[in-house]
Design a protein around this ligand. Sequence first.
Ligand code: PLP
Length: 393
Amino acid sequence: MVALTLVLLPLWPVMIHLTPRRAIQHLEAEGPPSISRAGKIRLDMNENTSGASPAVARAVRRSAQGKHLAAYPEYQAARAAIARHFGVSGGQLLLTNGIDDAIKLICDTFVNPGDVLLLPAPTFSMYRFFHQVAGGRIVELGYDWNFRLPLGRLLDALRPRRGPHPRWLALANPNNPTGAVIPQAELKVILRSAHGTLVLVDEAYFDYSGETVLPWIRRYPNLVVARTFSKAYGMAGMRLGMMFAGPELTGWMRRAQPVFPVNSLALVAALEAIRHPEAVRRHAQQVIRSRDWLCRRLDGLGVPYAPSATNFVFASFGENAPEIARRLQKQGILIRHWSHDPHLRRCLRITIGTASETRKLMRALEGLRSLIEPLDAERAWREVLERPRGQGK
Ligand SMILES: Cc1ncc(COP(=O)(O)O)c(C=O)c1O
């Protein structure tokens, strides 16, 4: 018997009784898209569909040599040049693997299990994701039907009568998916009221909106501003983001950051990209022209859309929105839909691509006219934005 056990033992299935942290047990696995996007018209992820500037591609090709790839990255000179370009000191800048990684770094540095993230809704999903990975709780406040922040409720939530202050507040400005901008006067009131709360102002779409609070990092020690090379710079694949804040916050976050947080080709690409600001400006101007054109055509179809300061348009197509997205996908055009989200399932988010991609999209949408439900704007947006949301998940 003993001999038989010894023979069979290596064949026994290995049982691992390892459970992850409690915060992870409640998460669902989410990943990047499972279908290949190659060769399709990619209007689903707010990328610059024209691509990075040719000068950036050339610089990366020049550096993609064995010796360069074999060496760990060096940050000092690149950080100084990037800081200079954005008008801050090296101590006020952290380079991250995209803004996604900046959000993770905020959570790694500041969030204890049970801490509260205050979050307008709907908004970019990564704030919620990393905060939940850290074991934090979320208090959501719905945007008003006209895409304004619920300022009074937000100020109350920043100064709760009972319980601790929120650990941080995440504001995408402009917001994804709505494209709305928070007026600077409101941001000032929020920053003045947020004692003991870190305020992230995520300016991923700054190059389209032109609105920034970056200089305010000198005035507000609780302010963090995030920017990225993923959008207007056309470098989403390089994964390079930036976080700007006063020296106290960057000092803490630097302690929680890996020694080599971003790769050396991303640095090469960024250093070349900032030498060509006119390429970014030209791209943004084309996007704004195409966005205005698309909005006029949506008016013609009776489709309500949110005023956008970004490279995308968020529109309410009615009950058939997921079906419209599916039909467009069959024609090789990808746009963003939310078929499983009861709040957003009637909405579609369309990235503004090149002028020719925008025309192709519009032709395809006009071909699906019979599926589109012309809607009254106020009713449509009240339906989307004013449905009750869960608190404290
Ligand atoms: C508001 C906002 N922040 C951040 C990101 C992600 O940026 P990155 O590619 O730098 O991680 C996105 C991407 O869609 C976004 O919409």
